[in-house]
Design a protein around this ligand. Sequence first.
Ligand SMILES: *Cc1c(COP(=O)(O)O)cnc(C)c1O
Length: 355
Amino acid sequence: MTWPRLVMDINGIRSNTEKIVEKCQKNGVQISGVTKGVCAHPEVVSAMVEGGCSFLADSRLKNLLEIKVFGYELPLMLMRIPGLSEIPDVVKYVDYVFISMPETLEFLEKECSYQHKHQKVIIMMDLGDLREGMLQNNITSFANKLSSCEMVKGAGLAVNFACFGGVLPDVLKLQDLVHSAERFEAILGYPLEIISGGATSSFQLIEKGLIPDRVNNLRIGEGILLGSDISGQRWIPDLSYQTMYLETEVIEIMTKPSVPFGKIGADAFGNVPVFRERGKRKRAIVAIGKQDLNINGITPFGKGIEVLGASSDHMILDIEDCDKDLSVGSRLRFSVNYSAMLSLTTSAYVEIITK
Ligand SMILES: *Cc1c(COP(=O)(O)O)cnc(C)c1O
């Protein structure tokens, strides 16, 4: 038995999947279960499959290859536009790949000829969030290039919201996406199979019944995994929220001054820390640190515990006002948001426990 551990409620995740899938189905929208938030943990992937997802999607090729090894039947989507170095594996293993660059398309076409395989691509459109994606004024030239490909086939269009620019999804943006798809179709001469209207942040449009008819896919990670929608700053109604928590072990408890004493330089991360004088305070150190965890993404269970900060391997808590009787060996739990979950599941030092 080792700590720290991330404890996951697989039933909660499965039931979140079922509820999201059901609501989307009523609106003609299929779900790509997004697995990157938990590093494609096999039990979570199974829960997404059992919960009714139609596709599995990840931004890391490595995660998709692992999913492939486990033998799930659902088609796989690579959502991060691939590097040229990844293209041989993309053609070998990935069913749908997101792209935005003509160079990538050329490379894909060559690799497909080499492997004698067809490849479906989903064109990522940038409708204002300014992360990856093609701008609408390039549709004609890109569509012409795609239409001249023999092995690569246009499977659809996708859009991101709230990833970099904080731009929120709305009906007008999604109608724009559908118009872009129609412009592609006019040049390609065949219908696009998938119009993917975004991620968890687009789910509110499903709840309000506002999703345009032709949008038939969403790529959902956060909503399924945590029941939250961070860009909408809300919990999604009817879902399970405490689907996972972090449990850490206390390795030191002492009452110490609240302000460091001695000559002050920068801390281990190059920042000069600032402290408020609060007198002597009881503190606990738990065995986890910034190497494992984005400490801004956690909230302690119970009252009177405050995260003061962390170095690579130690997290320091103020427990002066905690009414629990803590000692060395005690375990402290924290709820996690998406960024904490992401960091914890990719740390080699955190054990993942499912129940
Ligand atoms: C991570 C990711 C998603 C899923 O986002 P959630 O907010 O977790 O639902 C969807 N699309 C792309 C391209 C992503 O990278």
